[in-house]
Design a protein around this ligand. Sequence first.
Ligand code: C2E
Ligand code: MG
Ligand code: MG
Length: 352
Amino acid sequence: MIRRVREDHFALFVTENNEEAFLNRMEDVSYKIHELARRIQMPGVYPHYGVYWLKESESVEDGFSKARIAENFVSSDHAKHYVFYSEIDHNEMYENEKLEERFEEAIANKEFEVWYQPKYSANGTDIVGSEALVRWRSTDGSMISPGRFIPLFEKNGMIAKLDEYMFRSVCSQQVEWQQQGFHIRQVSVNLSRASLYYSDIVERYENILKEYRLEAKYIQIEVTESAMEGKADILKVLGQFRHMGVHILMDDFGTGYSSLAILSMRCFDTLKLDKSLIDQIGEENGETLLYHVISMGQQLGLHITAEGVENTMQLKYLQKLNCDDIQGFLFARPMPASDYENLMCSFVSNLT
Ligand code: C2E
Ligand code: MG
Ligand code: MG
């Protein structure tokens, strides 16, 4: 029995004798949905399920609520598209609920801070810009890392609000530095896939720039490849940002199933090589791959930034390949705005 709950949420009531038969049946359903989506040219439809085995003594409503809770635990990388209620880590669930409940209050209390990780020219003589990374300083003083809450907020949609908050904070900080007479550098802000789904995002961000009277060239946007794949609407959004004068960086290139086709799509300006590629320096195959990716990117007119550079061996190899910029613990870790400001001051070319 199947019934639509709302939008693209459905409730399925399935009778099967065992888990294997049930999973086979669901694979079949998924396959058919996928095929249908392809036929009507709606790629990227990935059905996922939360599953609860209903006991005879339980009501269908209670069972359905538990299945919905389980559904929240399906990871967004499509690695596994179902979660059984019995598999859930209930401590994690409780912690997640607490984070979600506190979100609005945390935004209002300015508990989210922008930390800056400098990007250096490959020879290490100048800071060419930085990446803005969110940090959550909770009321008890503890620091919550983005790995803990970003995936959660990406799932429940709160990330769009957080991304905009970060964008606004960076604009405000850039203007403040500008007014203090600094030679300000570009700052890149991360945007999640969920943020890009809002059709008015470009207009909203453009208004923020106008509000602060900040030129678009001082802000860049980082998006991951998975946000771009097969999404005509998102490519259009990126095109509009570029038209405004905002550079687009493709983040985490080299993770998962990176596609070479994306390189020729001309929807971004900078390729950020993921740490997992940099970690392969020292291995013959990894070095060959990196050599070709960098030269191919540069021949396509892209700027190349290497991320996660931790040692001098990696730096030397990247310099040899003419990589443009370096971001990594070797040069600097993410730091609070005041530390970044001091660092900028220590470079001679800082005051305008
Ligand atoms: P990302 O955008 O790929 O950012 C780079 C991450 O790599 C940062 O982790 C940074 O601290 C880390 N990193 C940089 N250099 C090194 C290195 O040499 N070694 C190692 N081991 N790590 C290095 P962080 O700050 O924990 O952020 C993790 C992820 O969270 C980011 O990955 C990004 O995807 C996400 N994120 C952070 N801030 C925001 C935000 O404001 N909005 C959104 N949507 N996502 C954000
Ligand atoms: Mg990034
Ligand atoms: Mg990255």
